[in-house]
Design a protein around this ligand. Structure first.
Ligand code: ADP
Ligand code: ZN
Ligand code: ZN
Length: 678
């Protein structure tokens, strides 16, 4: 035992915030991970500083683990805690490799000495010897006996658990296509960018943004630096991974939530040791232990999955910008439908034409007023006429809700203030918020009537109304990857699903895209509703017409004049974003302010609202409290702050929440803070 380490124990408790001092073993450094006694338990702890003495009487750390965080991530964790009203410990828990996993090694056997003629060996042993060199398997014991006789050499080798679904590890040696003029221009702009600079690559769908990332990455690797590539839904869009793997081989590591702990651990270690210098991953990969990052790519930068829904409620795009600044890396955010924030803040590089010079799909708005049923006859006919189509409906299940035709009773979740959704295949009605479910009712519990009306259409019901073979992709589909693959291989058919069908897939022969209910996103009570709707239509349009025919998109709506739809139909993102920025400036919405949302929740009647009122009084510039719908048996109430100065607002919120937390804890009120909610 030598030095004193300041550590952050990895606990979720807000009140037990570090740092704490411990005596630590030789060899500990900033970023080291220790096992320390803490509150009667043993927990992991991250070393945030080292010093020579401490004024406290100290406990000893139990163990120093082999995997350590790089120092820049230690600093990033502190920053993250401040930015999102969380704790460094919670931030570190997102950054560490999975717990309880070790590197896997295997025995590798080779021939050490050929046996003499006179040596007595069985047939089996001779066969064994002639099969070498190779990894040892179930025959390890037999090989051990040959090792004792000096005939075989057994060596332990570490074995990578490579992510299975992706073709990682085989560089094809292919150069990539000749760049288009747009691509060369964009690459030149990236090359010329200053360290730490952030660019917006605004390229229409099919403009070849990935090729620009690949070329820029190659140059950064060449200069001895590393590359971080973030993408949404990475497990569903293996094309991005395979294109990087084809170009760069083993130096690509993949990090996303579908990896097993073993795979995740190995990829993490390969990055930490510098064996892999490109990391591709979803949101959490922003914390990949890369050193000397030269380029950070955020693909589909508009995607809401970059925001984390658990504490800390960080935004990977914001954290990526911070890492780019720390490393002097160039950050490039790419999208066909950028966020208003990025449009305003970042230097724009545009790629206005498709690689194949094809026109963008023709987008028609279908006025649903006066029609009944989920599909307009014109839409139905277009589906009949197209070999391959994609149909988007953001609603799972058979119908939205059930009500009694005699007395009006509606079936609701007992724990949340929402209606239960009918799923016919499973014969149940279920809550999409908490998972509560029960069998489909046969009569009304209030009046006994057997006449029950089903309202609205979800993907399960629409499937039965579509012409031809349907490939359904939604939360109910067991294996999304398999559904996508079989749709890709099919000559004809309809890919039907929730918004995941509009994301990043590159199917060459889709002719038609349909948005069944554009009003669903448009009417969502959020200032980003227009932006999301515009993106949804444009992204869906991007999935069609990638083959030889110009694609077509039909957007069904009751609001055919909504600017988000009209401008999406004209493929005019510039006009849309300028209008959006003007509207937000007038209303002081982001990027002209920072929103902070504080949600109080409690199972005790009235307690959440009372806590929210107290917070509102403690934060003079805040709005609320506003009741939210009950969730999982807990009442909820929220307070919202629109702040000019993010830092000061976050500090004020931290202080107010900190003061209230102890008191609120006694009343079993939980408080969650969301800075820049989505
Ligand atoms: P985006 O991400 O901008 O929508 P992609 O990167 O998916 O576009 O590219 C669309 C298609 O064009 C892909 O199949 C890609 O292989 C191809 N492509 C990209 N650049 C070129 C090029 N310079 N020449 C020929 N084909 C290209
Ligand atoms: Zn009834
Ligand atoms: Zn519920």
């Amino acid at each position: 035992m030598g030095k004193v380490a300041q550590v952050e124990p990895i606990t979720t408790a807000r009140v037990l915030r570090g740092p704490f001092d411990y005596l630590c073993p030789e060899g500990a450094a900033v970023g080291s991970v220790l096992v320390v006694p803490f509150g009667g338990r043993e927990v992991l702890a991250v070393v945030t500083a080292l010093k020579d003495t401490s004024e406290h009487s100290l406990s000893e750390a139990k163990e120093l683990l082999p995997a350590s965080l790089p120092p820049d991530l230690v600093a990033l964790g502190r920053w993250l805690a401040d930015e999102y009203c969380s704790t460094p410990a919670r931030a570190y828990s997102l950054m560490l490799p999975p717990r309880g996993v070790k590197e896997r090694s295997a025995w590798f056997a080779s021939v050490l000495r050929r046996p003499d003629k006179a040596e007595r060996l069985t047939e089996k042993q001779r066969a064994l010897l002639s099969s070498l060199p190779r990894p040892a398997g179930v025959d390890l014991a037999a090989l051990r006996r040959l090792e004792k006789r000096g005939l075989v050499l057994l060596e332990e080798q570490s074995q990578r658990r490579a992510p299975k679904h992706a073709e990682v590890g085989k560089a094809s040696g292919a150069e990539g296509p000749e760049l288009t003029a747009d691509q060369s221009e964009a690459l030149g702009q990236l090359r010329a960018a200053a360290p730490g600079e952030q660019l917006l690559l605004h390229g229409v769908t099919g403009s070849g943004k990935t090729e620009v990332y690949l070329r820029a990455a190659a140059e950064v690797l060449e200069a001895g630096k590393s590359v971080l590539v973030l993408a949404p839904e990475i497990a569903l869009t293996p094309q991005l991974i395979s294109r990087f793997a084809e170009r760069f081989g083993e130096t690509v590591a993949v990090i996303h939530s579908k990896l097993t702990p073993g795979e995740r651990f190995d990829e993490w270690m390969r990055l930490r040791r510098g064996e892999a210098r490109i990391c591709i991953g979803a949101r959490s990969a922003v914390f990949a232990p890369l050193s000397q990052i030269g380029l950070i790519v955020i693909d589909e930068e508009h995607d809401s999955s970059y925001k984390n829904e658990g504490d800390p409620r960080y935004d990977a795009r914001h954290a990526a910008a911070r890492r780019a600044a720390d490393h002097g890396a160039v950050l490039v955010a790419g999208s066909a439908t950028p966020r208003a924030e990025s449009w305003q803040r970042l230097r724009r590089v545009s790629m206005p034409t498709r690689v194949d010079q094809m026109e963008l799909p023709k987008v028609d708005i279908i006025d649903l007023r006066g029609t009944s049923g989920a599909l307009h006859p014109e839409t139905f006919q277009a589906l009949v006429d197209s070999a391959k189509s994609i149909v988007l409906l953001n609603r799972r299940g058979w119908s939205n809700y059930l009500s009694c035709s005699s007395c009006g009773y509606a079936w609701e979740c007992p724990d949340c203030d929402v209606t239960l959704v009918l799923h016919r295949a499973s014969g149940s009605i279920s809550c999409h918020h908490c998972g509560h479910h029960k069998p489909v009712p046969e009569l009304c519990p209030q009046c006994g009537s057997v006449s029950i009306a089903r309202h609205g259409t979800g993907t399960e019901r629409l499937e039965t109304e579509l012409p031809g073979q349907v490939f359904r992709l939604d939360g109910d589909a067991a294996d999304a990857g398999a559904v996508l693959r079989s749709f890709e291989q099919a000559k004809e058919g309809i890919l039907l699903g929730t918004q995941v069908v509009a994301k990043g897939h590159d199917f060459p022969d889709v002719e038609l895209g349909v948005v069944v209910d554009a009003d669903q996103t448009l009417r969502f009570p959020d200032f980003r509703a227009e932006e999301r709707t515009f993106a949804l239509v444009t992204q869906l349009a991007g999935r069609s017409g990638r083959g030889s025919e110009r694609g077509k998109v039909l957007v069904q709506t009751l609001n055919p004049d909504a600017p988000a739809l009209v401008l999406a139909a004209q493929h005019d993102s510039a006009a849309f974003l300028e209008g959006e920025l003007a509207r937000r400036e007038a209303l002081r919405y982001p990027p002209f302010s920072t929103l902070i949302r504080i949600v109080c929740a409690s199972a005790q009647p009235g307690a959440a609202d009372q806590a929210a009122s107290e917070l509102q009084r403690a934060l003079p510039a805040s709005l609320g409290p506003a009741p939210l719908f009950r969730l999982r048996g807990r009442e909820r109430s929220q307070v919202v702050i629109k702040a000019e100065d993010r830092r000061r607002a976050v500090e004020a919120v931290n202080l107010a929440v900190g003061r209230l937390a102890k008191e609120a804890g006694r009343r079993s009120v939980s408080i969650s803070v969301d800075v820049e909610p989505q």
